[in-house]
Design a binder for this molecule. Structure first.
Ligand code: PLP
Length: 429
């Protein structure tokens, strides 16, 4: 081959390669297209950013920028936007004063900070009371603290997922620094009576009371000024704000050491340049939840879904207390006994329906969920558990579509189950 020939081949390759790339669909554009056909019943895992929230954030991702700590006009405008969002958050949770709201990066940070911040202010008190059914953001911190010389009392729950408050009373001690108990369980939606718990903590101890309120905010009314709670964690992405923003409510007068140390942002309590667009998004989401709360409609959809599943599918059983007033209005955790929950999830996914097996954090693990384990749910039921969590954008039609597909999927998987006799005894064989 002459030098000219090899040059021609090189040019031909270049042209062909260019043609190949020009004619290929742009992958980045492709992945940007929303999958609008999916039925999203996984709103306890995360929620879609509301259009109202997106609109509020957009200017802060473009022309309205600046460091809120800067003294110039742009900086001052950002500071104002943050303070407006703080008012919106304070209003939704019923804080007495906006200074009680401190922005963080997520619910996990708020929980970590609450626990570690309390312990750091009282180094002589090394006892913590919490429950066996907390989210990992609390449970795993307490587990780690146990290995570092702290003593943790892990309160159990009954088969309905409820606490025994006498157990709490007898757990409290003079050296109890902290009680950390969630308001709403992320897997079952079971609500803990935090007013009553807070009164017990105040009457029987000097401990600080932290509540993980991440799953509850926007789903049930919350009024912290009239609730004996010292600290309260929340997370934006559970209420149609973006991921990566949270807040910690710190009651006036409660002392908390900082977790993130640096600049004087957030009244010197949490360092780091403020995430203005996300903070504005969280404020807008709180405003949306307050002015247009969708509780009643969401509850109707959840009830319809739950009623029909429990009525039509013979091996279905509810996890968590049956009384609906004691659960979040959007959550149903249902076990399809003797059938694998992961398999149900995959079949529903293939049919365009998103659900979760227990907490999203367990999606790669086949261990039984600690919450269901603590509730004494048998392994063969826990493994078949599905969490349905309804949200603001679900429609009646979506619920009916789910109800039309689910019984067939469960029946198909039941037919392949090694537990045929047990299923036959339930009328599902
Ligand atoms: N606490 C509860 C009850 C949760 O459900 C979650 C998230 O699922 C968290 C804490 C952690 O929140 P984030 O995802 O914002 O870190």
């Amino acid at each position: 081959m002459s030098p000219t020939d090899s040059g021609d081949v090189g040019r031909l390759c270049l042209v062909l390669c260019t043609l190949y790339f020009v004619t290929q669909p742009d992958q980045r554009t492709k992945t940007k297209e929303p999958n609008t056909k999916m039925i999203y019943l996984d709103n306890n895992a995360t929620t879609r950013v509301a259009p109202e929230v997106f609109d509020a954030m957009q200017p802060h991702l473009g022309t309205f920028f600046g460091n809120p700590s800067s003294a110039h006009t742009l900086g001052r405008e950002m500071k104002q936007a943050i303070e407006h969002a703080r008012e919106q958050v304070a209003e939704l949770v019923g804080a007495t004063d906006t200074s009680e709201i401190v922005f963080t990066s997520c619910g996990s940070e708020s929980d970590n900070w609450a626990i570690r911040g309390v312990l750091a202010t009282q180094p002589n008190k090394r006892h913590i009371v919490t429950t066996q059914v907390e989210h990992e953001a609390v449970r795993n911190v307490c587990r780690l603290l146990e290995t570092q010389g702290h003593e943790v009392t892990w309160l159990g729950v009954d088969q309905n997922g409820e606490l025994d408050l006498d157990e709490l009373r007898s757990a409290l001690r003079p050296d109890t620094a902290l009680v950390s108990i969630m308001l709403a369980n992320n897997e079952t939606g079971v609500l803990f009576p935090i007013e009553e718990i807070g009164s017990i903590v105040r009457d029987k101890s000097e401990a600080v009371f932290h509540v993980d309120g991440v799953q509850a905010v926007s789903k049930i009314p919350i009024d912290l000024k009239s609730t004996p709670v010292d600290l309260f964690a929340l997370s934006g992405h559970k209420l149609h704000a973006p991921q990566g923003i949270g807040a910690l409510y710190i009651r006036q007068g409660v002392s908390l050491s900082p977790l993130i140390i640096g600049g004087a942002q957030e009244q010197g309590r949490r360092a780091g340049t403020s995430a203005v667009p996300n903070i504005v998004g969280l404020g807008a989401a709180c405003r949306l939840a307050q002015k247009d709360n969708a509780h009643a409609r969401i509850e109707r959809l959840r009830n319809r879904l739950e009623d029909v599943i429990l009525e039509k599918i013979p091996n279905a059983r509810l996890n968590g207390i049956a009384a609906r007033s004691k659960r979040l209005p959007n959550t149903s955790n249902i076990s399809f006994q003797y059938v694998d929950g992961q398999n149900i999830l995959m079949h529903l996914d293939a049919a365009g329906i998103c659900v979760s097996t227990g907490s999203a954090c367990h999606s790669t693990s086949h261990e039984s969920s600690p919450t269901l384990h603590a509730m004494n749910v048998p392994f063969t039921a826990a493994q078949g558990s599905i969490r349905f969590s309804v949200g603001r954008y679900n429609t009646e039609e979506e619920i009916e579509t789910t109800l039309s597909l689910l019984p067939g999927i469960v029946a198909k998987l039941a037919a392949m189950s090694p537990y045929r006799d047990e299923l036959a005894a339930l009328g599902a064989g």
